[in-house]
Design a protein around this ligand. Structure first.
Ligand SMILES: [Zn+2]
Ligand SMILES: [Zn+2]
Length: 380
């Protein structure tokens, strides 16, 4: 069994560097489910996808922290070398009544090397909003050794967002695309109902639900209005069109790339990206440099642009996505964002999340290990 716990930066880093090997908690209902041999995912409270995987090697339950402290050295519990370990310090985290009610627990842990594997981006788009279909994604994730999947259908599945796509209809091909039966075929309530059902289930991994929101500057107010009443686990903002023209379709060469200057398309895309980030609507920015799938390079150097994007993401405390879809869905050499963008994101300490953009269960987790290594490997 696995358990998730959040930790502040300081104790989190002490576990990472191997000095802190005991986690002290209230022995409440949640902790009573922990057994020796279980795994605990410690999430950094300032970046929940910065995770340390630990194995539980021992559990010591006592009535209070005074007794519990006798079992461990101060450093093991997360004190500095030479610092006095006072059990009363724990009152800062847990009120005395709670300690009296539940007792306390010392969880002895051993750090494991295996990274936390999350695939944060997959679509139910070509199937029904049913628990069976969700379970097909979950099973594949378990098969691939993932610890978490995040499901996020596009806003163009849901009737509520139909008005946000009107501007695309001026081109026949785009209008036909919007007439596909997978578009605007459900309501957000259908989705909420599914989410509620899945959350009742006993799942082998963590499953979250959000939306991939097609952002444009002109529909920002409309989106704000629709999204203000939603409470999904997360919202991912994405750009799929530049000034009313989709850039990633089979017809995009004819409508966009052959019609406009590549440099101009890039400039506009990244202006829209800055608006997306600064809108404050989103937790994550999907496939930040997806424009490269067209295989056309702009006539100017992008590094200044990448710095501005990175600064904005950092400022808004948003995740940048390292989406492997670009590699296996579009045959691009990069497993996610480019080396240059990745380097600049790391320089600015942008939080990163990994994604496959799976559109069918068998694609869940594709290249996620590689994407994780690229996104997170250099941080430790
Ligand atoms: Zn997308
Ligand atoms: Zn997607």
């Amino acid at each position: 069994m696995t358990h998730d716990m959040n930790l502040y930066e300081e104790p989190f880093q002490m576990i990472r560097n191997g000095t802190k090997t005991v986690e002290l908690r209230l022995n409440d209902e949640k902790r009573r489910k922990i057994h020796i041999g279980d795994q605990i995912f410690f999430h950094n409270s300032s970046d929940e996808y910065d995770v340390i995987r630990c194995k539980v090697t021992d559990l010591i339950a006592e009535d209070d922290f005074y007794r519990l402290y006798e079992h461990f050295s101060p450093v093991e519990m997360g004190y500095e070398e030479g610092e006095k370990a006072d059990p009363a310090d724990m009152y800062e985290y847990y009120p005395k009544e709670k300690i009296d009610e539940y007792g306390v627990l010392g969880i002895v842990i051993e750090k494991m090397d295996e990274p936390y594997l999350v695939d944060s981006h997959m679509h139910l788009e070509y199937g029904p909003l049913s628990t069976d279909y969700v379970m097909a994604f979950v099973s594949e994730a378990v098969k691939k050794g993932l610890d978490e999947i995040d499901i996020l259908d596009h806003t163009h599945r849901f009737k509520e967002f139909e008005a946000c796509y009107e501007h695309l209809r001026r081109y026949e091909q785009q209008d036909a695309w919007l007439h596909q039966k997978t578009k605007f075929c459900n309501t957000l309530d259908d989705y909420r109902k599914l989410i509620a059902e899945v959350k009742q289930m006993d799942l082998p991994i963590r499953v979250k639900f959000g939306l991939e929101v097609c952002y444009t500057e002109n529909t920002e107010d409309l989106l704000k209005d629709i999204l203000k009443d939603t409470d999904f686990d997360f919202l991912t903002g994405a750009i799929h069109s530049v000034d009313g023209i989709l850039y990633d379709m089979s017809f995009s060469d004819g409508l966009l790339w052959d019609q406009k200057d590549t440099g101009e398309i890039y400039r506009r895309y990244y202006e829209i990206a800055l608006s997306l980030i600064r809108s404050g609507l989103f937790d994550r920015f999907a496939h930040p440099d997806q424009l490269k799938l067209a295989g056309r390079d702009p006539d100017y150097d992008l590094s200044d642009t990448y710095h501005r994007i990175a600064e904005a993401l950092k400022q808004m405390d948003m995740y940048g996505e390292n989406n492997s879809g670009i590699a296996y869905r579009y045959g691009h050499q990069d497993i996610g964002i480019s080396d240059e963008m990745l380097k600049i994101f790391k320089e600015h300490k942008v939080k990163m999340i990994t994604a496959s953009d799976a559109h069918k269960p068998e694609d869940v987790g594709t290249l996620i290990r590689e994407a994780t290594f690229r996104a997170r490997g250099g941080q430790e």
